[in-house]
Design a protein around this ligand. Structure first.
Ligand code: AR6
Length: 174
């Protein structure tokens, strides 16, 4: 049951036909490289204009904007932790990114949402460890009372794709 609500795909998150995509942003919310840059390019300059009004975002928190030129109606911006070896609260902060993004999705009655591998690029969080945290938090959330129907974990590389598939096999029962 839960398993059918979680999908893994390899591809570009900006192309996803979902209600909301999640952005792996930085504390300024004013754009950057990686998936953040790709989302801002695809959404157009109105996204940056709306982000300027949000006055940044703390690590582990999430804020929502419209999606503008994206297929997705909403963008949920969250800020993952910078990997510092794993003993500086990185796991918990990454878990908070997923929890807070999903809570916002619920609040906005979003039924489908796609996540990139938050922190697993420029912020260097190891993908296998991040994938387990992502799957654990998504599973917990889908087991709660929510209207979210579909969560897509978007892998950019084959390595990331394999990490998500392995994490789902390990963590989510049939
Ligand atoms: N679609 C899906 N996934 C992508 C895409 C895409 N178009 N592009 C990259 N990825 P990163 P972070 C993957 O570096 O580690 C920005 O400058 C990528 O392979 O985008 O959280 C922000 O402004 C990786 O697995 O985000 C921050 O300063 C994952 O997305 C900083 O980077 C996240 O990689 C945040 O670093």
């Amino acid at each position: 049951m839960i398993k059918s609500k979680i999908a893994v795909i390899q591809g570009d998150i900006t192309q996803q036909q979902v209600d909301a995509i999640v952005n792996a942003a930085n504390n300024s919310l004013l754009g950057g490289g990686g998936v953040d840059g790709a989302i801002h390019r695809a959404a157009g300059s109105k996204l940056l204009a709306e982000c300027r009004k949000l006055q940044g975002c703390a690590t582990g928190e999430a804020k929502i904007t419209k999606g503008y030129n994206l297929p997705a109606q909403w963008v949920i911006h969250t800020v993952g932790p910078v990997w510092q070896g794993g003993k500086h609260g990185e796991d918990e902060l990454l878990a908070q990114c997923y929890r807070n993004s999903l809570a916002l999705a619920d609040k906005y009655e979003i039924s489908s949402i796609a996540f990139p591998g938050i922190s697993t690029g420029i912020y260097s969080f190891p993908i296998q460890r991040a994938a387990k945290i992502a799957v654990t938090e998504v599973k917990k959330f889908l087991e709660s009372d929510t209207k979210v129907e579909q969560v897509i974990l978007v892998a950019f590389s084959e390595t990331a794709y394999n990490a998500y598939v392995a994490a789902i096999q390990e963590i989510v029962c049939e």
